[in-house]
Design a protein around this ligand. Structure first.
Ligand code: HSE
Length: 472
């Protein structure tokens, strides 16, 4: 047999040797391959859809090289195809009707960027049934209907890729499902909502009011169509649902995850947090503790030297601790047109290459055996059983016995105070309402909630107690 025959054989089977004699994947860049493009359809031509079109058109050569084939934007479907976007696309690919995508067998990948539950759910189900692979950025859809969609994809031999659904441009789902998969994870603490982080950063700098910061986040294209979902923590719990599924093998309903939004945070909380050595961030946490898994989203005092505390504006970040790898930290833009579109187009390329099909099958997400597959699954704890430190802001009567009463309520429930701040009032004699800040040592959540209720019923406490979590 000639010396070259092995090489020829390898070329036929898609491998080649480089100048150093190593095997490398032989991607066929011949005219034949590039003249048979993969046709994709975009559903939704809003902020992210426009970004995806921009990347596909502006980086076409790079994408063809990565995917091994040209990727052709064959159809863009949106109920509004008249409003001009800041990219020009051929008129004849725009359509307001989904049927022309569903019924076109030449389209093999549909990119769902409509957002929300309906009609996105119905469209995705029909597209899967008609044999198309799906790429989506829709965390709400996956958090609510993941089981149904993944089951349908499996039944029809199709795939769903969703990197853009969590933390925009950070390739975190990829990391969890590939490079980190050997680990049993101990914790994920993450900033997953760019809008909230932008608002908190603006408030902390003292230059912008809460309302003004919300408006800016909308103008910058960070916020959801309904920004209430950003500030009340809904978007964050939906992303945490997906992280919990990938990182801990648990299928939870996002509505069951304990959630506090950033609306309760006031400008004065940043000052007290700073005085105590912390910054305030909206943290989505999945933490193993005493054999169970705690899942919650809450504004949290994060120690100033924790890298999460330094993450500002629309940036997202995740600190993940695995049993083998130890702590790893990811940071990047979690919202906005091009960062999110970057993740979407990465998924399109992976789907063309067949990489999505491999991970999709291996992960068996929302599959029947997820919970007992041995893949890092954990029992989700009831919120009453969480353990942690808290920050409490109380508006109190500044009078004799007030402190005695408050510490009495806490001590009855076995809650230990870690620090306490009450500043001297502006007026000379006192008697005006005062702000009292307490932080607690580790406390069982059920006891803390009882204590808050008892404090709010006490005549010494004048308003609802503001409670934030505290972590090192
Ligand atoms: N509204 C979301 C955010 C966009 O602010 O993070 C990305 O999911």
């Amino acid at each position: 047999m000639s010396k070259n025959s092995g090489v020829l054989k390898r070329q036929r089977f898609g491998y080649n040797t480089d100048s150093c004699g190593r095997y490398r994947r032989f991607i066929n860049f011949t005219k034949t391959a590039l003249s048979a493009p993969v046709k994709i359809a975009l559903l939704g031509f809003g902020t992210i859809g426009t970004g995806v079109a921009k990347i596909l058109l502006n980086n076409a050569a790079r994408i063809a090289q990565a995917a091994g084939r040209n990727v052709e934007l064959a159809r863009i479907c949106d109920k509004d195809i008249r409003t001009p976007r800041d990219i020009s696309v051929p008129e004849n690919i725009l359509t307001a009707g989904i049927e022309s995508v569903i019924n076109d067998p030449a389209i093999s990948i549909a990119v769902e960027l409509i957002g929300g539950l309906e009609p996105a759910r119905t469209f995705v189900l029909r597209l899967l049934e008609s044999g198309k692979d799906i790429v989506t950025a829709n965390k709400a859809l996956l958090a609510s209907h993941g089981a149904e969609l993944f089951e349908t994809a499996r039944k029809h031999g199709r795939t769903i890729a969703f990197e853009a659904a969590v933390c925009g441009g950070i390739p975190i789902l990829n990391a969890l499902s590939t490079a980190l998969q050997a680990n049993t994870l101990q914790s994920i603490n993450a900033i997953v909502n760019g809008t909230s982080n932008y608002i908190l950063s603006q408030m902390e700098s003292g230059q912008t009011s809460y309302q003004e910061a919300v408006k800016q986040a909308q103008q910058l294209g960070y916020a959801e169509a309904d920004p209430a979902m950003d500030v009340d923590g809904t978007d964050a719990v939906q992303k945490l649902t997906i992280l919990a599924q990938l990182g801990f093998g648990v299928a939870v309903n996002w509505k069951d995850i304990s959630r506090i939004g950033i609306e309760s945070v006031d400008a004065i909380d940043f000052r007290y947090a700073k005085e105590l050595g912390y910054r305030i961030k909206l943290i989505a946490a999945a933490v193993r503790s005493n054999g169970g898994l705690e899942l919650h989203v809450s504004p949290t005092l994060v120690k100033a030297d924790n890298p999460l505390a330094r993450v500002k504006d629309a940036f997202n970040a995740l600190r993940i601790v695995g049993d083998s790898v130890g702590p790893v930290f990811f940071q990047g833009l979690g919202a906005g047109q091009l960062p999110t579109a970057s993740a979407v187009v990465g998924d399109v390329i992976d789907t063309v290459l067949g990489r999505t099909a491999i991970t999709f099958k291996a992960l068996n997400l929302w599959g029947k055996e997820t919970a007992d597959s041995g893949r890092q699954s954990a029992a989700v704890k009831s919120p009453q059983e969480f353990f942690g430190k808290s920050y409490l802001r109380l508006n109190v009567k500044d009078q004799p016995g007030m402190m005695h009463e408050i510490s009495g309520v806490l001590s009855k429930l076995g809650i230990s105070i870690a620090s306490m701040i009450q500043h001297e009032p502006e007026t000379k004699n006192g008697g005006e309402p005062a702000v009292l800040i307490l932080t607690t040592h580790e406390t069982r959540e059920g006891d803390l909630l009882k204590a808050i209720q008892a404090l709010e019923n006490s005549p010494a406490v004048l308003e609802k107690v503001v409670r934030l979590r505290v972590q090192g």
